[in-house]
Each structure stands twice: as structure tokens, then as C-alpha cells.
Design a protein around this ligand. Sequence first.
Ligand code: C5J
Length: 225
Amino acid sequence: MPVIEKAEPFPFSFVPARTAIVMIDMQRDFLEPGGFGATLGNDVSRLAPAVDPAARLLALGRANGLVIVHTRECHAPDLSDCPPAKRDRGAPALRIGDEGPMGRILVRGAAGVEIIPALAPQPGEIVVDKPGKGAFYGTGLADILAARGITALLIGGVTTEVCVQTTMREANDRGYECLLVEDATESYFPDFKAATLAMVRAQGGIVGWTAPVASIEAAFAKADA
Ligand code: C5J
């Protein structure tokens, strides 16, 4: 059984056949200029460092037969699943549903909703569209994981303190052993990322574990040796 020795707050062991990678919202709308993240006034280039580690995590999952789930934050074209409290809050340059350079912001079918090409889902991988920040709210994710006997999650994606952390907390409450992959996640706000990693692993891993992707690669290499 692979053991991630460098996980914090203590080593994390997992059964590959019962482990899924959950890659959260690596969408053009968050990582590229002109999308949802940019309309909120964020510097989207801050998310770029997570792309290569996320690709390594997916490659590791594919090589070892892990279940792979990609999520996309998006809404139905009639916005029936987008509460006014979400659409109307604040003063963004464009709101959810408005026409932007990559099509309608966070609306299913728009180019901006697609996952960036470097992390595109491969055939057989699961794509979950989610209307909220957490990947369990309003989706079939719990049933998808249960049907495959999954008990542990390796989580990456963006943004660390919003959709990633919300999903991890939802999963932790549902009984999954969750590890947040430190360099495969990013935030527009470095302090928020650091705080999220710290609060996840505080108090003996109250939400779960964190570890860099290299330590997961090392765990698989050692288990294979
Ligand atoms: C946000 C997300 N930040 N995927 N969504 O609104 O984190």
C-alpha cells in the first residue's frame, strides 16, 4: 500500500483501488483572461503554477488506474440553478450568464467553462458539473464515488480556499480520507492558500492531510519497488 511519508500532519496511506483524484474547476473561466475569475478583478496568472503539478497528479492517477474526477463550476443556460444571491453579489465587470470573450460566463456550453487543454479529461474520466462551490452540492458525486467503492480522495484544483476547500470539507464530513495536493492547487491570494493548507492539517488533520505531488510520486515508486 502506498504511504505518503511527507504528508502533514502525519503520513497518509491509501489503497489505490479505493482512491480517486478530484481535480477541481481547472477551467478557462478561472485560469484565463476574460473569464469569471478576471471579471471579479483577480490576476488570473496567479493560478498558473498549479498547472504542471496538477498534470503530474493526473498522470500518476492514469498510470496507476485511479478513478479520476474533474469538476466544472457552471450553470444551466436559463440560470435556474444559479441563485440570485450568487449572480447579484458584488460589482463584477460581468456577471454569471453575461456574454464575455469566452462565451457566457460560467454557463454550460461556453468555451470558458471548458477545462484548460493541458488538463483536459481523457476518455473514461468523470466530469461533474456543479452549480455551487462544493462538488457534492447539487451533483451526483457522492453516488459516483460510492458506486466505485472510493474511500480516499487526492484533491487538486482551484481556487484553494473557495471550491477546493469547500469540497474537501464536504468530503471530510462524508467520511472520506482527504489529502490536498499542495502544489496542484492555487489561489488568487497567496495568504489564503497558505491559511487553507494550515487549517486543513491543524488539530491533528481536522479536515485531512496535505502533501506535495512529488511525495505522492515517491509513494507510488516505493510501493512498486
Ligand atoms: C470560485 C472556485 N473561486 N472554483 N470558484 O468562485 O474556486
